[in-house]
Design a binder for this molecule. Sequence first.
Ligand code: NAD
Length: 266
Amino acid sequence: MADRLKGKAALVLGAGSVGEGIGNGRAIAALFAREGARVAGADVRLAAAQETARLIAGEGGKMLALEADVTKEVDLRRTVDATLKAFGRIDILVNNVGGSIPGDAEQITPEAWREQFEYNLHYVYHSTRLVAPLMAKQGGGAIVNISSIAGLRHLGNELAAYAASKAGLQHFSRVCAVRYAPQGVRVNTVIPGLMNTPLVAERLAKSQAGGDAEALIAKRNARTPAGRMGDAWDVAWAVVYLASDEAKFVTGAEIVVDGALTATIR
Ligand SMILES: NC(=O)c1ccc[n+]([C@@H]2O[C@H](COP(=O)([O-])OP(=O)(O)OC[C@H]3O[C@@H](n4cnc5c(N)ncnc54)[C@H](O)[C@@H]3O)[C@@H](O)[C@H]2O)c1
């Protein structure tokens, strides 16, 4: 399997990784390059995007590494302009940046609540309104948003703002899919479950397990019906499909990549 994205120009927002190893954004950028796309990858930490570019270069590919804080509209504009300058078009946009601040409605501060919506939803509104019209003018394109099963279900730990903002992201994707369908711009969502990415040890172990990454990994494995979490590549393959012409009639859809976790009552 190769060349599924040949001739396409892609922009991945959040193309680094939160820690050492392969997170969702890095895996998405790497698979895009393997499948023949020209890839630009933006990250608030340029070094993280550059590490992804190095990984891709090691496989004989190329990624344009860009620095951007996606929550700043001016950075988004610069990123879109730089991608257009490099490739002349944008066929694929992936909104991968996102993350959680724990807390129920009483615990989470108003500032953190707002921040969560900036981080998980508002920037997607900005990137969509920048890129979808370009894609429409080009005759089509594919936007893939990365959500979370927290946007579908209560996961057993309090994540009120994350859950609400990801649920908003999922429905924003659907309404954009309807709006842009006549112009050939598809908008879909990938909904990861419990994944074993650097995020778990880097961030979640602190916020959910008192720093004990191994215990948290064991717990997340046990909760997943398969007995183990998925990984970033599982997420990235779903993104490749939705970004490719194989999915040319798939829009306003979600692919849940969770090893059947949301199909259970555990
Ligand atoms: N890892 C999981 O278990 C899991 C589960 C469900 C959903 N998700 C979702 O997957 C997405 C990210 O995946 P991940 O956790 O593997 O992380 P990741 O490894 O893909 O890293 C995301 C990247 O985004 C960058 N970033 C952070 N803030 C940014 C900003 N303001 N502007 C630009 N870049 C920024 C980080 O530096 C990092 O390199 C998120 O939307 C997250 O909610 C992850």
